[in-house]
Write a protein that binds this ligand. Structure first.
Ligand SMILES: C[S@@+](CC[C@H](N)C(=O)[O-])C[C@H]1O[C@@H](n2cnc3c(N)ncnc32)[C@H](O)[C@@H]1O
Length: 389
């Protein structure tokens, strides 16, 4: 059996697939979104670059095969025929995870066991070591067998969780995933020359992600990936991705990013995280009330992931906070405001219906992303009146 034609999949949180697809296209690859997955038309050599640059994807997976399987025999035969020895060395430390949705083969445990058995047999045959134990002491290969409507997709995770950029060893009680923070920023009209206020900064995720976007720092510049140790990907592809990331980063680009929090311990935490991300100098952290914000410039972005009232605060306190920020930010019509919360009556408390709202999942919590568009900043090139002669 041949390897799958569509070789790579990026996975993403529900609701942000289109953003991931846009990022993939901006990197120069073709892709299509299907069943919540982003199928990327790319080669093995592109794995390092995609892992290095995708800010909003959860993982990049290598598709080993896709085939119909309604019986365990079909599943076994499909898996055993795949070119495992082209992908994995004899000592590969592979694991098999499983999923099944709307399929005849619904026992995930059995699907996993059959897949693993078929891979072991294919490896033993391929390496001419029939009957020998596989040492599983080498590079990691997290394999998944996912059945959807009787089609088995066999993938290997090349990434590890991409939201772990490596800068947030410490975090607040309710941190945003770095991938979700990047998605929220990409949904704003922020440009790196505009002020950016993360008014409930917590561990600093939104401010740090904005600094990385503003300076074109690859989100993966400081981390490791499963596929880094795979011999089936040329080492030079990894070096090329690292070189490109180093060349493109504008480490000294001045930015106007602010991280604000009422809790001084959070401000300290956010500063430490920004230090780890190498963007401490791009962000001004302030210990203050979000509702006391008085931006100096006329145009900019205010963004936040305020408390939802699911932890210590009472509903009255949450409503009071949302009312106060709503009143304060209304004084700055040149600012677009973006708030992510699961509190259903946010707009009522804030005092205005949002220009746009979008359902996003912050981990398992269903939230709405409320977007209030500010007055458009005049663009000298576009909006200037022609001079009279
Ligand atoms: C849901 S957490 C934000 C998490 C953050 N996005 C992250 O990734 O870590 C809400 C934060 O708002 C802060 N906070 C609560 N009331 C505030 C207020 N009135 N002004 C500013 N910050 C406030 C809390 O201290 C907490 O750090």
């Amino acid at each position: 059996m041949q390897m799958a034609k569509r070789k790579l999949i990026a996975t993403a949180a529900m609701g942000i697939e289109a953003l991931v697809a846009k990022e993939v296209r901006d990197l120069g690859y073709m892709c299509e979104v299907e069943n919540g997955r982003i199928y990327i038309d790319a080669e093995m050599e592109d794995i390092p670059r995609l892992n290095m640059w995708l800010r909003t994807a959860d993982r990049v997976k290598l598709v080993v095969a896709e085939f119909k399987a309604t019986t365990f025999t079909e599943l076994f035969d499909g898996v055993v025929a795949l070119p495992w020895t082209d992908l994995m060395p004899w000592d590969a430390a592979f694991t098999v995870d499983g999923r099944s949705v709307k399929s005849k083969l619904f026992s995930i445990r059995d699907c996993q066991k059959i897949t693993e058995k078929a891979i072991v047999e294919a490896m033993q045959r391929g390496y001419r070591k029939e009957g020998e134990w596989l040492p599983k002491s080498g590079a990691k290969f997290p394999i998944e067998v996912a059945l959807l409507k009787d089609v088995a997709t066999i993938t290997i995770d090349t990434s590890g969780p991409l939201h772990r950029r490596g800068y947030r060893e410490l975090h607040s009680q309710a941190p945003l995933k770095e991938t979700m923070a990047a998605a929220m920023i990409q949904l704003t009209n922020w440009r790196p020359d505009m002020p950016f206020y993360d008014v409930f900064t917590g561990s600093g995720t939104l401010a740090i992600e904005a600094a990385m976007i503003g300076r074109n720092i690859a989100p993966g510049i400081n981390r490791e990936y499963f596929a880094q140790d795979w011999t089936c990907i040329p080492k030079k592809a990894w070096y090329a991705a690292i070189n490109e990331a180093n060349e493109k980063a504008e480490w000294d680009k001045p930015l106007k990013i602010y991280g604000i929090d009422l809790d001084p311990r959070m401000v300290k935490l956010a500063k430490d995280n920004a230090e780890l991300a190498d963007v401490r100098d791009a962000i001004t952290f302030v210990h203050s009330d979000a509702a006391a914000l008085k931006p100096k410039e006329e145009y900019g972005v205010i963004i936040g992931n305020p408390p939802y009232g699911e932890r210590l605060q009472s509903e009255e306190e949450i409503i009071d906070l949302y009312e106060r920020i709503g009143e304060q930010y209304a004084k700055y019509p040149g600012y677009s405001v973006y708030m992510l919360t699961s509190y259903e009556d946010f707009e009522k408390a804030y005092g205005r219906p949002a220009t746009k709202r979008r359902k996003l999942y912050n981990g398992n919590i269903e939230t709405q992303y409320y977007q209030y568009f500010g007055k458009r900043r005049p663009r000298p090139d576009r909006d200037a009146k022609p001079k009279s002669e």
